[in-house]
Design a protein around this ligand. Structure first.
Ligand code: AKG
Ligand code: FE2
Length: 410
C-alpha cells in the first residue's frame, strides 16, 4: 500500500533550469512531437484527424500543435482584457503552500502575480514558506470560448458534435425538431466529442482556465475516464514592462508518459515514490522522472502551443515566469469510451467512492453500477427507455460526464 511506504517529497524545479540540457543528457527524456497549425490547413482536416487518432488516441503519445500565437486575437487574450472585464469576479484559487482554497478576485490575483513570481531565485526556490497561489479550474470567459472555437480544428473542440453520420451504424432514435415525432440520429462517432450528444444538464462543463505564476504546478495525474486532454496556452507575460513593473517570460514545463506505460507508471508511483497516481497529490521530482523505467516526454509550452494529452497518459505541469494563461478541456470519443470501460472506470469508481462524500446522487449511483448496467442505463437514456443501443454509441458519455464533473468535486 502506498501509504505505508516512505513517500517521495516535493522538490521544486529551479527557476533557471535548462530544459534543453536536461533532455539532451537524459536517455529516457524526449521532446514531444510538434507540428505547425499551418500544416493542418495544407494537409487537410481529414488527414489531421487521422494523425490524432493514430498518434494520440491509439498510439498513446502526446502531440503539440504550435503556431496559434499569430492567430489568437491579442486584444482579447490579454491580461488587460481579463482585468477590464473580470477584475471583480471572485474565484477560488488553490494555495499550494498550505494545500487550501483561497477565495480572491481575479483583479487582486493579476495585480499580485509579479510579486508572487519575482520572489523566487536559484537560492530560495526550495523555501517551503513562500506562497504558491494557482488560479486553476476556473470557468472560461464566454468570449474566449467563442474565439477559440473559431480558431481550432472543429473536431477537437469542446462539445463539438462532429460525431458521426446521420442514420449510420449505431444510430438511435431521437426527437425530430422538424415535425415528425422521431428520426434516426447520428451513427457511431469517428471523432468529435460524444459529450455533445447529451442533454445539456448531463454534460460535463469542463472548459477550464489555468492562470499561474513561477513555481505553481499541477501534480501528476491522468485525465478522468480515459478521456482525451486538450490544453492551449492563450497568453503569457513576455518579459516586457507591465503597469510599470518588470515581468519574466511565461511558459509551462510538462512531463508526460505514454498511454501504453500506464501500468508501469502506477507501479512506479506506488512502489518507488510511495504515492497513488489516482490521487492527484504528488509532483514528482526531476530525479524521479530520470530514474523511472519508462520514457518521459517533455514539453516547454509557450503561447500558441496546443497540447493533446493521450488517454490514461500521466502528466504533471510546472509554470514559469510571471504569468501563464491556459485553457483546457476533455473530449470523449468512441475509442476513449472503450478504454474507460475496460480499465479507467473500475479504478475511478474505487477512488471516488473513497474520496468524495460530496459526489452528487447520480454520480454515486453510476459509480456503483456494473459495466453492463451502465451500458443499459445509458442506452435507456438516449433511447428514451426504448431498449439497448450499442455500447460505444452516444449513451455512455453520461457516465463520463458524471466522472469528469466529479473530478472537480473531489
Ligand atoms: O496546466 C496545468 O496546470 C494542468 C493542465 C492539465 O493537467 C491538463 O490540461 O490536463
Ligand atoms: Fe491534466
Amino acid at each position: 500500500m502506498p501509504s505505508q511506504r516512505p513517500r517521495a517529497a516535493f522538490e521544486p524545479i529551479p527557476p533557471d533550469v535548462d530544459l534543453y540540457a536536461l533532455v539532451e543528457s537524459t536517455e529516457t527524456f524526449e521532446f514531444a512531437v510538434r507540428i505547425h497549425c499551418d500544416a493542418i490547413d495544407e494537409q487537410g482536416l481529414e488527414n489531421f484527424e487521422k494523425l490524432v487518432l493514430l498518434h494520440v488516441i491509439l498510439g498513446g503519445k502526446p502531440l503539440v500543435i504550435e503556431g496559434y500565437e499569430t492567430r489568437l486575437e491579442n486584444r482579447i487574450f490579454s491580461e488587460r482584457w481579463l482585468r477590464d472585464n473580470y477584475s471583480a469576479k471572485t474565484e477560488i484559487a488553490w494555495n499550494l503552500t498550505t494545500k487550501s482554497n483561497l477565495p480572491l478576485s481575479i483583479g487582486h490575483y493579476l495585480n499580485n502575480m509579479p510579486l508572487l513570481a519575482n520572489q523566487w531565485n536559484s537560492l530560495n526556490y526550495k523555501d517551503t514558506s513562500r506562497q504558491r497561489i494557482y488560479l486553476k479550474d476556473i470557468d472560461c470567459p464566454d468570449v474566449w470560448h467563442e474565439n477559440l472555437k473559431k480558431l481550432l480544428p472543429p473536431s477537437l473542440f469542446f462539445l463539438n458534435d462532429s460525431t458521426g453520420i446521420a442514420e449510420d451504424v449505431g444510430a438511435a432514435l431521437e426527437p425530430n425538431p422538424y415535425g415528425q415525432s422521431v428520426r434516426i440520429g447520428k451513427g457511431i462517432a469517428k471523432a468529435g466529442d460524444l459529450m455533445s450528444n447529451l442533454p445539456s444538464e448531463m454534460r460535463a462543463e469542463n472548459l477550464m482556465c489555468y492562470i499561474g505564476h513561477e513555481g505553481t504546478y499541477t501534480p501528476c495525474h491522468r485525465e478522468m475516464c480515459a478521456s482525451l486532454g486538450h490544453n492551449i496556452m492563450v497568453e503569457a507575460s513576455n518579459g516586457l514592462l507591465e503597469h510599470g513593473r518588470s515581468t519574466k517570460p511565461g511558459s509551462s514545463i510538462w512531463f508526460m508518459t505514454e498511454s501504453k506505460d500506464r501500468h508501469l507508471v502506477s507501479e512506479y508511483w506506488a512502489s518507488v515514490l510511495g504515492h497513488d497516481i489516482e490521487i492527484e497529490d504528488h509532483f514528482a521530482q526531476i530525479n524521479a522522472w530520470k530514474a523511472a523505467p519508462f520514457k518521459t516526454y517533455v514539453i516547454e509550452q509557450k503561447v500558441g502551443d496546443f497540447i493533446l494529452i493521450p488517454p490514461l497518459a500521466a502528466h504533471q505541469v510546472w509554470n514559469r515566469g510571471t504569468r501563464t494563461m491556459k485553457i483546457a478541456w476533455n473530449r470523449v470519443t468512441a475509442e476513449t469510451l472503450e478504454m474507460a470501460l475496460d480499465e479507467a472506470l473500475p479504478r475511478a469508481r474505487m477512488t471516488l467512492t473513497l474520496q468524495s462524500p460530496a459526489a452528487k446522487v447520480n454520480q454515486s449511483m453510476i459509480l456503483t453500477m456494473s459495466k453492463r448496467e451502465i451500458a443499459e442505463k445509458s442506452a435507456e437514456q438516449i433511447n428514451g427507455g426504448k431498449g439497448m443501443a450499442p455500447v460505444t454509441s452516444a449513451g455512455l458519455p453520461t457516465l463520463c460526464g458524471s466522472l469528469l464533473l466529479a473530478r472537480h468535486a473531489i
